[in-house]
Design a protein around this ligand. Structure first.
Ligand code: ADP
Length: 190
């Protein structure tokens, strides 16, 4: 199974990605997590991306695409994966297409988590208090939302046009939303 999970910042992608991946026995691969781990560990990649992330901007496409391709090449991803936070730009969509074509595989579904816009900011501000993420202050949150609307939301139309988009209501408890996603994906790929 090869899946993408998309949605606005705060839609719950990361939380749901872990549960869905476990359900299907595939790794959940989060570009945000990969970048944050590198920042924490002080690697060269981490030094390159930390200011970009803290400002709520996107890491350059070529760099992000290389990181994802390297991760997908690992053994545990041979039978499938769930990508969380990638692709985020049309350039990244094309890079992923090329990777898939080169490996003679395809996407099974693109999950889109829909959450009421007013709830997103509230959720992100709540997470800022709990996790203390550098990109979770209110100004940066609003900027990330703008960047998402401008650069990433259009990708949903692209995947809808390819008949891959599975929209799921992301309002509710983690368990409710998780069950909804699995039911929707199972019905879609059946
Ligand atoms: P959220 O789920 O709240 O949107 P993520 O953890 O997915 O946050 O991403 C955090 C940050 O990591 C982004 O704001 C961006 O700076 C960087 N990032 C993650 N994925 C990508 C990507 N595919 N392209 C560019 N930057 C990315």
């Amino acid at each position: 199974m090869r899946l993408l999970i998309m949605g606005a910042p705060g839609a719950g992608k990361g939380t749901q990605a872990v549960g869905i991946a476990e359900h299907y026995g595939i790794p959940a691969i989060s570009t945000g997590d990969i970048f944050r781990a590198n920042v924490r560990q002080g690697t060269e990649l981490g030094r390159r991306v930390s200011a970009i992330m803290a400002a709520g901007d996107y890491v350059p496409d070529e760099l992000t695409e290389r990181i994802v391709a390297d991760r997908l090449d690992r053994d545990d991803a041979a039978a499938g994966w769930l990508l969380d936070g990638f692709p985020r730009t049309l350039h990244q969509v094309e890079a992923l297409e090329k990777y898939l074509a080169d490996h003679s595989v395809g996407l099974d579904a693109v999950i889109c988590l829909d959450v009421d816009p007013e709830d997103l900011i509230v959720r992100l501000l709540g997470r800022a208090e709990v996790e203390g993420r550098a990109d979770d202050d209110e100004g940066t949150i609003r900027h990330r939302m703008d960047v998402y609307l401008e650069s990433t939301r259009p990708l949903l139309d692209a995947y809808e046009g390819r008949g891959l988009l599975v929209r799921v209501d992301g309002n509710g408890t983690v368990e409710e939303v998780g069950a909804r996603i699995v039911a929707a994906v199972d019905a879609f790929v059946a």
